[in-house]
Design a protein around this ligand. Structure first.
Ligand SMILES: [Zn+2]
Length: 136
C-alpha cells in the first residue's frame, strides 16, 4: 500500500509541478457514515473520501470498488495533500473550485489512462457541499 501511495503521490506532485513531499500522508479507512457526519450531516450524501490537513480518510466502500477506481479516488485526495503541502489552500469558493478542478482533472486522466471511461466529466460532488453556487 505504501508503495502505491508513494507512486500516486509522485504522480500528483508532477501534475501540480510541485516537489514530492518528504512526508507521507496518513491514509485511513473509515465507515462512510463517519465521512457523512463530517461533510454533510444534514444530507445522506455518498462521500467517498476527504483530505484534512495531511490525513486522508477513505470510505470502506472504496475497498469494494474496482482497484483502478479506488486508486483514482486516492489520487484525487493526494492532489489535495500536495496542494496542502505547497501552501495552496484557497478558502474562497472560486479557489476551492480550482483545487477541485485540478484533482478531478488528474483523476480523470488516471482513469482514462487505465482504460476506465465513466462517460462524461466525473464529479463525485464535494464542492457542491462546501460552496453553493449562490455564495460566490
Ligand atoms: Zn476533491
Amino acid at each position: 500500500m505504501n508503495e502505491k501511495i508513494a507512486m500516486l503521490l509522485t504522480l500528483a506532485s508532477q501534475f501540480l509541478s510541485q516537489p514530492v513531499p518528504h512526508e507521507m500522508p496518513t491514509v485511513d479507512y473509515v465507515p462512510q457514515k463517519v465521512l457523512q457526519q463530517k461533510l454533510c450531516p444534514q444530507k445522506n450524501c455518498k462521500i467517498e473520501a476527504v483530505h484534512e490537513s495531511g490525513t486522508i480518510l477513505l470510505s470502506n466502500t472504496t475497498l469494494e470498488k474496482d482497484e483502478v477506481i479506488h486508486d483514482s479516488i486516492l489520487l484525487h485526495e493526494l492532489v489535495h495533500y500536495v496542494q496542502h503541502k505547497s501552501g495552496k489552500i484557497l478558502n474562497t469558493c472560486a479557489g476551492q473550485r480550482e483545487m477541485e478542478d485540478q484533482a478531478y482533472a488528474l483523476q480523470e486522466w488516471y482513469l482514462n489512462d487505465n482504460g476506465v471511461y465513466l462517460g462524461g466529466p466525473i464529479r463525485f460532488g464535494a464542492t457542491e457541499l462546501i460552496c453553493s453556487e449562490s455564495s460566490n
